[in-house]
Design a protein around this ligand. Structure first.
Ligand SMILES: Cc1cc2nc3c(=O)[nH]c(=O)nc-3n(C[C@H](O)[C@H](O)[C@H](O)COP(=O)(O)OP(=O)(O)OC[C@H]3O[C@@H](n4cnc5c(N)ncnc54)[C@H](O)[C@@H]3O)c2cc1C
Length: 429
């Protein structure tokens, strides 16, 4: 049936664009996260952006205010999981988008902060839950010589005759104890402040780092939760970078660190599956956050077009501006749709896959970059000054094309997956 209207009123558009009506609960959650994003994350994110990485993590830094205030929101993932799956997906998406709209670097920090706890809860391991609850977390996967290499799932991802490197941090797995040596990459989000790590690395179970057999080119691995106050653990200098400066990053060093074997969450055979689950989880958060970051850039440009006059009229009164603003909004709606679809697939499909999440992360961040670039351009010369917010948004979004997997590399992996699916019968009926 055709839905009939008697006039051409404006469409219903909310914080998250052309959204079907939100329930009372969804609206309440969206509004409370929006207030937090607007009143706490935005101003503090801008402040932290101007500070040195050392100042960002110093006692008394406003970074700690964000963590304290976010805890008051009461956004317990276990509560959200009680909603029917479709509703839980929409709520998760609304929350991630508002956080990203507030400040993408802080949104990533808040996201990884609970990664070790979420893993412990997913496993139902009470000892690990108690160890992680109330402690700031990080996800430690990449290393200086093991970046895109850190998570390889299929043989085609390696060059002919190539081998996955062992990397720079490794575990020797004994009967009751795991001994860890080496260092993570400087890119570990929250690495310079975290109290507990969800860590993945190459492991020697007594027969070397490589298994023989079909997966011989891959290292054996281990996933474990590590309290970061154990003897032998130290930190690198907090990382100085162009974007997401509010997100503290830095190396974690291990010198003969002894971890009880019961802190392992995935040994040899479960390693890749567990790593895939965590990666997929991280990717879904990235998608929602960078829809929010793109929306922030779009909104800033839209407002500027109503303030700036050129050619005898406000920018918004020129036809070319309509095209440019329309293009940004079209891309934003597309990015949100992709972000939500992949979130729904990751949470609701009986068999999801990290490359399915990763392709959405690529699309969302590429669209976010295009939107933010165009927003920057609409600000003219003003966009290039630190007086206006758009240059920070531009830097923040740029980092996302590499964060959580470099975008070309992730797209290549989607191609590998397509080949594997075809060989398994997909599209052949
Ligand atoms: C803001 C931010 C936050 C991050 N947070 C975390 C975190 O919380 N935890 C964590 O563990 N890591 C984190 N990272 C690290 C991130 O996952 C890596 O930066 C990313 O996976 C790429 O690895 P790399 O930087 O070593 O680049 P490399 O892997 O060295 O890639 C460099 C270039 O080489 C290309 N390349 C790589 N391999 C191949 C190949 N086989 N064939 C052809 N070309 C190739 C890539 O496409 C890329 O253009 C973060 C990074 C950023 C920027």
């Amino acid at each position: 049936m055709i839905r009939l209207y008697k006039s051409t009123s404006l469409p219903l558009a909310g914080l998250s664009g052309f959204e079907t009506p939100l329930s009372e609960e969804e609206s309440a959650i969206q509004n409370s996260v929006h207030r937090f994003a607007r009143d706490v994350m935005r101003p503090i994110g801008r402040e932290l952006d101007r500070m040195t990485p050392e100042e960002v993590i110093a006692p008394g830094s406003p970074y700690w205010t964000v963590l304290a205030e976010s805890a008051k929101l009461g956004l317990d993932p276990a509560l959200i999981a009680q909603f029917p799956p479709e509703v839980a997906v929409r709520i998760e998406s609304l929350i991630g988008e508002e956080l990203g709209w507030g400040d993408s670097g802080l949104a990533v920090s808040l996201g990884v902060a609970t990664a070790p706890l979420m893993m412990a809860q997913s496993l139902g391991n009470q000892e690990l839950i108690e160890m992680c609850a109330g402690r700031l977390g990080c996800w430690m996967n990449t290393q200086p010589d093991r970046g895109s290499d850190a998570a390889i799932l299929y043989r085609e991802e390696l060059a002919a005759g190539g081998k996955q490197p062992i990397g720079n941090v490794t575990a020797k797995v004994g009967a009751d104890e795991i001994v860890i040596n080496g260092q993570s990459s400087a890119w570990v989000s929250n690495g310079s402040v975290a109290q507990v790590a969800l860590a993945y690395m190459a492991a020697d179970y007594g027969d070397g780092f490589y298994s023989t057999g079909v997966h011989g080119a891959f290292t054996n691995g281990i996933g474990l939760i590590i309290p970061l106050d154990l003897p032998g653990i130290s930190r690198g200098k907090p990382l100085d970078k162009i974007g997401q400066r509010a997100l503290p990053q830095g190396e974690i060093y291990f010198d003969n660190v002894k971890v009880p074997k019961r802190f392992a969450i995935a040994l040899k055979d479960e390693y890749l599956g567990n790593l895939s689950s965590m990666w997929s989880y991280a990717g879904t958060h990235m998608c929602q956050v960078f829809v929010g970051a793109a929306r922030a850039a779009f909104e800033a440009a839209l407002a500027y077009c109503h303030e700036r006059k050129q050619g005898g009229a406000y920018l918004i009164d020129h036809q070319m501006t309509h095209l440019r603003v329309g293009e940004m909004l079209r891309r934003l709606e597309m990015a949100r749709a992709i972000a939500r679809r992949s979130l729904a697939f990751a949470r609701m499909s009986p068999q999801s896959h990290p490359y399915a999440t990763a392709q959405a992360k690529v699309s969302v961040t590429e669209e976010a970059m295009k939107i933010t670039h165009e927003a920057f351009q609409l600000f003219g010369g003003n966009g290039t000054t630190r007086e206006y917010p758009i240059e920070k948004m531009f830097r923040d979004v740029r980092s996302a094309l590499i964060e959580d997997g470099e975008n070309y590399h992730l797209t290549m992996r989607l191609g590998v997956l397509a080949g594997r699916l075809y060989q398994n019968g997909w599209t052949q009926e």
